[in-house]
Design a protein around this ligand. Structure first.
Ligand code: HPA
Length: 317
């Protein structure tokens, strides 16, 4: 199964999920609510081109006041549901001066400002049955998936707007960056884009052994010099760019999530361990919540899927 987390205004992909079954976040006790305009809050289960998917419309941001544990909770749920590969999309500001609004960056590395200053989602007790205490992040982004995206982009005629080998800088937000911060991220770090999401989920996905792919839609060029006519970043500008170009990200993702393209890759991914131990894992994951809620969350998501027959013999695909 493939998990997809949709960035701001990039939830259109879920419309092409066949045999949809939707679970709203607010119906899952213990799940935080998505509150940002442009973000819906639901998990859409079904298939795309013969591949089982769970598409998350809307996500939990750190800047909303969510703990990092809550931000990555859906990723850990996805793993327990059998997801082998996580695809994360986002809207980002272009730090690379050669990039244009509407370009799509393929992540090959990241720099997480909040992550290295103590807000790493893996801080806290580690459940070894979920992942290692000290995972290496120097090999987070799967090379094969990056290649496949480039091939899909070429087939779609998007070669010129798709930018490989990008470094994404994660900031906490919610304020857009100062000019000095942008200069630092570009000149000291070599960042290609900056955004307020994605990296916590990607770290959690890598920790639990998922294959990881990240795609960023450039919605604005960051401001490094102030002139009279400078257009400063705004959420409206970001949403407008997503409205114009989000469909291209969705087309690439739809082309990629196809049994003919991804089938072999998924077959070779490590199988998901789905054992009776899931309850104790859920307990450690949702340690911040009351035990009653833990069971209800697990019950709502896993039970709902079992009942709907979506989590069946093919769950390891
Ligand atoms: N900065 C941070 N996050 C963003 C931006 C930006 O310029 N654009 C879209 N998300």
């Amino acid at each position: 199964m493939v998990g997809v987390i949709c960035g701001s205004g990039l939830s259109g992909l879920s419309n092409c999920v066949e045999n949809q079954k939707t679970v709203y976040f607010h119906d899952i006790p213990g799940f935080p609510e998505a509150t940002v305009p442009g973000h819906k809050g639901e998990l859409v289960f079904g298939t795309i081109n013969g591949i089982e998917v769970v598409v998350m419309r809307g996500r939990f941001h750190y800047y909303e006041g969510n703990s990092m544990t809550n931000v990555v909770m859906p990723v850990r749920c996805m793993r327990l549901l059998g997801v082998k590969m996580l695809l994360v999309t986002n809207a980002a500001g272009a730090l690379n001066p050669n990039f244009n609004v509407g370009d799509i960056g393929i992540l090959q590395d990241h720099f997480g400002v909040p992550i290295i200053t103590g807000n790493n989602p893996l801080v806290g007790p580690n459940d070894n049955s979920l992942g290692p205490r000290f995972p290496a992040l120097s090999d987070t982004y799967d090379g094969k998936l990056q290649e496949l995206v480039q091939e899909c982009a070429k087939d779609l005629g998007f070669k010129d707007i798709v930018r490989p080998d990008c470094t994404y800088c994660f900031v906490s937000g919610p304020a857009y960056e100062s000019r000095a911060e942008c200069k630092f991220l570009r000149n000291a770090i070599g960042g290609d884009m900056v955004g307020m999401s994605t990296i916590p989920e990607i770290i959690a996905a890598k920790h639990v052994g998922m294959k990881v792919l990240g795609l960023s839609l450039m919605t604005n060029k960051v401001v490094v010099e102030k002139t009279e006519n400078t257009v400063h970043a705004s959420h409206e500008e970001v949403l407008a760019a997503v409205q114009d170009s989000g469909i291209k990200v969705e087309a690439i993702v739809k082309k990629l999530i196809d049994n003919k393209v991804l089938g072999d890759f998924l077959d070779k991914c490590p199988t998901v361990e789905y054992t009776p131990k899931k309850q104790s894992i859920m307990n450690s994951l949702f340690g911040e919540l009351a035990a009653r809620d833990v069971l209800t969350v697990a019950g709502a998501v896993i039970g709902g899927m079992l009942l709907n027959g979506l989590f069946n013999a093919r769950r390891n695909r």
